[in-house]
Design a protein around this ligand. Structure first.
Ligand code: ADP
Length: 235
């Protein structure tokens, strides 16, 4: 019925009208690799560190269950994989998205999607929240807002699952080349503030082989920022 032609991601699709969070459902279950959990709405959608993710009907709220045999140091790359899949999907709808390290997709510096990779036991869960026809929160945007018309959600879902499947296969054969591809879509070379334990400012210069952000400080030295509980703000 969905007409998906993917080989890993989307072989099984489980649809809910409402869940607490698709990541929670995906993490707790015993699902085969590539299972997609998708819901019309999430009552407790969340970002990193439990920050709330608004998920009203009209948006695309989904999670993919993966069982990659990879080292934990490669896990952040799955977040870039999700972001790159969103960028590719948006471009199929003539929208140019850019990746904001480490886990967001922006259009004209407004957040249109968030990615959240979580792990519980053998379940690695890649969650994607994409504003499609829903009203986006302040300072965020949606596909419908950009295009000035609503978009068939099912078409966006199909495109995203197809892109995720393609990129996941690429990732399994070469995590490094996936990282290189994602880097090309990332906003780099601009001044940023990193907010974590404290605050630090610099130029977001590059991403290293483990997906860490390389920050150039005002004294010219370089500092690596680990993907984790830090937030990035553009200055
Ligand atoms: P960040 O990457 O900004 O540090 P998270 O990845 O933790 O934050 O995502 C949660 C944040 O995203 C929330 O605090 C809120 O500002 C924002 N947000 C919540 N819902 C949406 C949405 N549907 N679209 C865009 N941004 C959202």
């Amino acid at each position: 019925m969905l007409g998906l032609n993917t080989s890993i991601i989307g072989k099984v699709v489980i649809y809910y009208r409402e869940v607490t969070s698709t990541n929670e459902v995906a993490k707790l279950g015993n699902f085969e690799e590539g299972t997609v959990i998708v819901a019309d709405t999430q009552t407790m959608g969340h970002g990193r560190i439990g920050r709330r993710w608004e998920s009203p009907p009209g948006g695309l709220w989904m999670s993919v269950v993966l069982h990659p045999r990879i080292s934990t140091e490669d896990l952040p790359k799955l977040s870039f994989l999700g972001a790159l899949a969103v960028v590719r999907t948006l471009s199929e709808f003539s929208i140019q998205g850019k990746i904001k390290w480490p886990n967001d997709v922006l259009v004209d510096y407004k957040k249109i999607a968030g990615i959240l990779v979580e792990k519980r036991g053998d379940n690695v869960v890649l969650g994607v929240g994409l504003n499609v026809n829903n009203e986006a929160p302040e300072n965020a945007t949606s596909m419908a807002e950009i295009l000035g018309t609503s978009v068939p959600l099912i078409e966006v879902f199909r495109a995203l699952v197809t892109n995720l499947d393609e990129l996941y296969k690429m990732f399994l054969s070469s995590p490094a080349s996936l990282l290189e591809m994602a880097k090309k879509e990332m906003i780099l070379g601009v001044p940023v503030r990193i907010i974590g334990d404290g605050e630090i400012e610099g130029i977001a210069e590059d991403i290293d082989e483990l997906g860490r952000l390389i920050l150039r400080l005002s004294d010219g030295s370089l500092k690596k920022i680990v993907y984790g509980d830090v937030s990035l703000r553009f200055l």
